[in-house]
Design a protein around this ligand. Structure first.
Ligand SMILES: *Cc1c(COP(=O)(O)O)cnc(C)c1O
Length: 379
């Protein structure tokens, strides 16, 4: 099935009881037993809820996985993955992960005596040297936030699998429409559904997709025990968002390319970070492992003052954290998403004070370029 068709039809299909083409929002905490000692397959909504299961099936199909588990947030999904590990285990993580994942790994995960190394995974030699006998998980993001650096997912997975290491890819930035990590060799995909999957900036959620059904069972057990479930209303919203995911991603991509090209030739912009630009150092890799370049664009205007002036002047782009919604957003990583990363570490990573990050929405690209043009004229 083609992407657009899959997005519209992924999941269990019409409700068997009524034929409703959309799964009902099963607003129920519990389920009546059919008879003493005999339930109907549903017992309690922490364990499973039909609306959540419909979403889980849909995302599993989109990513080409065997099973999925939907959580209360992207961070809850990532935290549940760390529950697969035991004290003494080791995670190799990309050095420029989403700020919240960095915070989770450095402040919570390590408290449970799981070691985490942050390494430059774009260099496969560095990656290979970072595996230890106790390494159990490789945690990757591609492209990364906010500098749009890529990892060769197929090659990284191959190196990890030689050592029996589980490969997790946070696919939030591209969505399954633009990248399918399981096809490239990863074992687990995680999403913040808050972003492109839901796409309308009106619900927080997360999902984990696995290729191995046994691992799926493990995660359902962890979720049932720890309890960080996605509620049925949010599951409904995300599933509704998925119906238009392919057409939204095409519109996002059109805007993303136009904005990146515009910024790349603008005299006030020092650097643009977008894998779709031929000047991006990993442009060839992006063409090979992605089905598009997405709509996340970062650019450097040189200083905190100039970054502030641009944000203040923009009319259509809203200054806000998050990404992946239909509306265009701008953020200033140094004071917003990456404020919890120490300044020296930020600078080492290349997240300068003049760096701005855009989540390009699905507005008409001409309006977006005009907005950026007049804001940049202020500096
Ligand atoms: C937003 C985000 C998360 C965290 O998801 P929440 O839904 O905010 O908990 C994780 N990874 C990436 C890449 C994100 O953008």
């Amino acid at each position: 099935m083609k992407q657009k068709t899959l997005c519209v039809h992924a999941g269990p299909g019409p409700d068997p009881a009524t034929g409703a083409v959309n799964p009902p929002i099963y607003a129920t905490s519990t389920y009546a037993y059919a008879a003493f000692g005999r339930h109907r397959g549903w017992e309690y909504s922490r364990t499973a809820n039909p609306t959540r299961v419909a979403l889980e099936q849909a995302v599993a199909e989109l990513e080409g996985g065997a099973d999925a588990c939907a959580f209360a947030s992207g961070m809850a999904a990532i935290d549940a993955l760390t529950d697969l590990l035991a004290p003494g285990d080791h995670i190799v993580a990309a050095h420029n992960l989403y700020g919240g994942t960095y915070r989770l790994f450095t402040t919570i995960t390590t408290r449970h005596s799981v070691e985490v190394s942050f390494v430059d995974v774009s260099d496969l030699k560095v990656l290979e040297a970072s595996f230890r006998p106790n390494t159990k998980m490789l945690f990757l993001e591609s492209p990364t936030n906010p500098l749009m650096a890529l990892v060769d997912l197929a090659e990284a997975s191959r190196l990890a699998h030689k050592r029996g290491v589980l490969v997790v890819v946070d696919n939030t930035f591209l969505s399954p429409v633009l990248q399918k990590p399981l096809e490239l060799g990863a074992d687990v995909v995680v999403h913040s559904t808050t972003k492109y999957l839901n796409g309308h900036s009106d619900a927080v959620g997360g999902v984990v997709v696995v290729s191995d059904p046994a691992l799926g069972q493990d995660l359902h057990r962890i979720q049932n025990s720890a309890g960080a479930i996605m509620g049925p209303f949010d599951a409904y919203l995300v599933l509704r968002g998925i119906r238009t995911l392919a057409v939204r991603m095409a519109a996002h991509e059109e805007g993303g390319r136009a904005v990146a090209q515009f910024l790349a030739q603008h005299p006030k912009v020092l650097r643009v970070f977008y894998p779709g630009l031929p000047t991006h150092p990993q442009h060839q890799l992006a063409k090979r492992q992605q089905r598009g370049f997405g709509a996340m664009v970062a650019f450097d205007v040189g200083s905190l003052e100039k970054a502030k002036a641009v944000c203040d002047a923009l009319q259509i782009f809203t200054l806000a954290e998050s990404l992946g919604g239909v509306e265009s957003l701008i953020s200033h990583p140094a004071t917003m998403t990456h404020a919890s990363v120490p300044k020296e570490e930020r600078e080492r990573l290349g997240i300068s004070d003049g760096l701005l990050r855009l989540s390009v929405g699905i507005e008409d690209p001409e309006d977006l370029l005009a907005d950026l043009d007049s804001a940049l004229a202020k500096i």
